[in-house]
Every structure is written in C-alpha cells, then in structure tokens.
Design a binder for this molecule. Structure first.
Ligand code: ADP
Ligand code: MG
Length: 280
C-alpha cells in the first residue's frame, strides 16, 4: 500500500507548514492551516431506552486543501460524523472547531448560516428537486442570502459550468443521467463558494466510469483549494483521495496519507464509455 502514517509527517516549527519533500514526490504538502479540529467527539442516539453509541471518541484535524476519504463498514459512524462535520447535527460530547469557530457554542441560526456559507453537501441520492430545472436546483442555496436575481442566476450558471453542464441548465432531473444529476448536486454544493465540500457516498449510485468522472470533478475542485471530505466504501474511489481515514465501531481505526493518489483524468482514459461497451 502506498500509505504512511500521518504521524510520520514532520511537524512544522513555529506553525510553519511542514512540507513533505521529494521522497514523497513533493506532491503533498500539509499546511498548518487547520480547517477542522475535533477532539474526543461522541454522539449517542437514544432509541427509546436504548443508547446507540454511534461515535465513541473521535479526534481529528483536517487542514485547508486536504482531500480525505472516510471508509469503514456500514454502521461504523461515518454518516453520523459527516452530519456533525456539516453542522447538521451536534455532538453529544467533545469539541468541534471549524475555521476557528467553536461550533458547539452556536445557536441554530448561526449554525444554519455557517452551513450555508462554508459547507457544500453532496449525497448518494443526489437530493435534487424533481420539478425544478438544473439551474433552479443550483440556485436554491442562494435564496438564503441577499443576492439579486441576476447575480443568483450568474453564480448558478458559473457553478454548472464548473461541472461541465452549461448545456443542460434547463433540463429537469429526470432528463439527466445519474452522473449528470450528481454533477448538478455538486454545482449546488459549490454555488456559495464553500471552503469545504462534504460528500457522503457520492458515487454509491453511479457506474464505475461515471464515478471516476465525479472524482475528476472533486480532484479539480481540490486543486483549486477546496477541502474535500468524502465517504466511500470503495477502495477504488478512495484511491483518488490524499488521505484515508477508516472508522470502526465509532472510532478511528487508521488515518494514513495516500502517497500516490490516482489521477481521475488519467484513469478515465482507460475506461471504455458505456456506449462503446454496448457496441462491443
Ligand atoms: N438517527 C439515528 N437514531 C438512532 N441510531 C442511529 C441514527 N443514525 C445512525 N444510528 C446508528 O448509529 C450507528 C452509526 O450509523 P451511521 O453513522 O449511519 O454509520 P455509517 O454511515 O458508517 O453506515 C449505527 O449503529 C446506526 O444504526
Ligand atoms: Mg452512512
């Protein structure tokens, strides 16, 4: 495996970014630019009388510009963790600092604001509104801010361009393929210029080529500086990320740098498109 322990990375002096040198091909440098700091996080659900310990003490730091894949068996706490990361849910115990803001101290309204400004979400099931065009779906998060109609449309078209869907902005979800629908969802996640994109099994409903196309988009966004945290149970998909975290029974079982992430643009060239397969 092309992995090393993140503990093997030298810590920077005086908060300077520790840079990994040529041995690791110089591709991966970690900035001491913390975006997420989580300490001893627990989340316990109450089901009637029964306590379900979904997270049992998770501590983790994520810096700006990272691309993290979260893996682990079903029920290991991945989605619970993502919901807390995304400020959709609050921890039972523990600290969560997002971009220097202590999330636990925020009111509901403040949480909603942070979510809207800083975080873009992508889900397995796309979660698009079916009677609404691609453009309108992407515009949706902007209705919570004070932009004009014109600006809302411009920003949304811009986001749809980023995912290569500028020709499809007036299509409805049922007129789009699964991969295109997921790209609309990614555009919707991007429209507020988030610093972080959280994706929970974004390729779970897609065929393998389309999955790689979606990973290509995530890699491009990551190259532009957006931090990406993605849940997947597929090692193939995780191999595009720069860091692998494995959950087990509500705890982090391992946390490793992926020294040689695969390049999705390159991989796509090696996968025949569905049409070609059909003809063959
Ligand atoms: N809303 C909930 N109420 C009660 N238990 C839940 C709830 N959501 C998740 N759980 C439980 O918490 C554990 C972790 O779930 P989850 O975070 O969804 O795992 P994963 O995404 O890794 O499959 C599981 O045992 C699950 O049944
Ligand atoms: Mg899940």
């Amino acid at each position: 495996m092309n992995t090393i322990n993140s503990s093997q990375i030298p810590a920077g002096k005086n908060n300077e970014p520790p840079v990994i040198k040529s041995g690791l091909q110089g591709e991966y440098s970690i900035h001491n630019n913390k975006l997420i700091e989580i300490e001893k996080l627990t989340r316990t659900y109450l089901l009637g009388e029964v306590e379900v310990h979904a997270l049992r003490g998770v501590s983790i730091e994520v810096s700006k510009g990272e691309f993290v894949a979260i893996m682990g068996a079903s029920g290991s706490g991945k989605s619970t963790f993502m919901n807390i990361l995304g400020c959709l849910d609050k921890p039972t115990k523990g600290n969560y600092i997002l971009d220097n803001i202590e999330v636990g101290k925020l009111t509901r309204d403040e949480l909603a604001l942070i979510r809207n400004k800083k975080i873009g979400f992508v889900f397995q099931g796309f979660n698009l509104l079916s009677r609404t065009t691609a453009l309108e779906n992407v515009e949706l998060p902007l209705f919570y801010s004070t932009v004009s109609n014109k600006e809302r449309k411009e920003k949304s078209v811009e986001a749809l361009k980023k995912v290569g869907l500028e020709e499809r902005i007036y299509h409805y979800p049922n007129q789009l393929s699964g991969g295109q629908q997921q790209r609309v969802a990614i555009a919707r996640a991007l429209v507020n210029n988030p610093s972080i994109v959280l994706a929970d099994e974004p390729t779970g409903n897609l065929d393998s080529r389309t999955s790689v196309e979606v990973m290509e988009i995530f890699q491009k966004l990551n190259d532009q500086g957006i931090t990406i945290i993605l849940v997947t149970h597929e090692p193939d998909i995780a191999s595009f990320a720069k860091r692998h975290i494995v959950f087990r029974d509500g705890r982090i079982k391992s946390d490793k740098i992926n020294v040689n992430p695969r390049n999705a643009s390159e991989v796509i060239k090696t996968i025949p498109s569905i049409d070609e397969e059909d003809e063959a």
